[in-house]
Ligand binder design. Sequence first.
Ligand SMILES: [Zn+2]
Length: 384
Amino acid sequence: MDALLKELSKLETLTAQHPGKNKTPSISDSLDDLIATLQSAKADVNSIDEGSWNSLAQTIEARKKDIDDRQKEIYSATAKLGKAVEKKFPANLPSYPNLFESDPAIAALERTIALHLLRTGQFDTAHTFLEESNADIPLELRSQFIELYRILKALRNEDIGPALLWARRHRAFLQSRGSPLEFYLHRSQYIRLFLTSHPPNPLLAISYAQAELTPFFHDHRAEFQRLLTCVIYPPSELENSPYADMASPSLHLELEPLFAKEYCASLGMSRQVPLRVVADIGGGGALAKIEKCRRVLRERKNEWIQRDELPIEINLPPENRYHSIFTCPVSKEQSTEHNPPMMMLCGHVVAKDSLQKLAKSSGRVKCPYCPTESLSSAAIQVHF
Ligand SMILES: [Zn+2]
């Protein structure tokens, strides 16, 4: 992998907008230089003598050569990178039948890409994509993403104002989700006031707390008490005190993802960006495992015909586990829509099929895990 990264970094240096000192100028620098020379020649066109014309022609030739040379270097670096990639990944990428042939599938894909670009703040690319594809994202939704990025940018610049305004306007929604966003915004401001006052003056933070934090006392009592007591330390000592977490930059940095999550939720969108999840899971090893499994099955002349289930287990990081799976402790089978988990009166859960098998003709079931006996009809379905 090292060789590959080395080639990539060479290419990046070559194509960088402003390469370091003593390097040949980048293509855009050479072009800018050329344009500036031509513009100044144009301004003095009446007073240019023959000598100046000659030197102008020489400058143009020299810049052209710079650009050609640089172009050649870039081509050669690209070719080397290509070779390094081929050497590192000798196996051909698997090919799959095109899943996006029908109109609804193409429309769904285009919409997903457009939303991805908007959600990740790549507005120029999104704009071009929307122009060149058939995807249709309402203008209102587009401007909502622009607003999201405006607010996130303000947060990055330590300005909680726009985020707070949004949080106040959506207070009922945030409360219905039990979101601490508004409190955390104030907390960030409170700590910032305390840490940045010169000379140290805890009263600034305390009067901010009196004005803004009081309504959050009931929901965040413990945190509230810590916030008010941490100011007994001088700001410079906070990071060595029992309140060191209050001095951590993460207290402010975590506001951005939290805000983006709540904002997207208010638009009815998931916490994670779908295309990124797909790429993370696929690129994180799942695709390679599935491909290997397909190859093994093919070699054994077995066909993988099950459509809704993978024949192998793929471990996912906790943030990508969306649905809990119930495996019946009696039959060892995974629950399905037709064989859902059922909870008996004692609180133990088995699959519906197992429950029916365990039931006597009287309808009574003896729990396999405790002495309780109950009616199978009293068991209720459990939803994961
Ligand atoms: Zn039981």
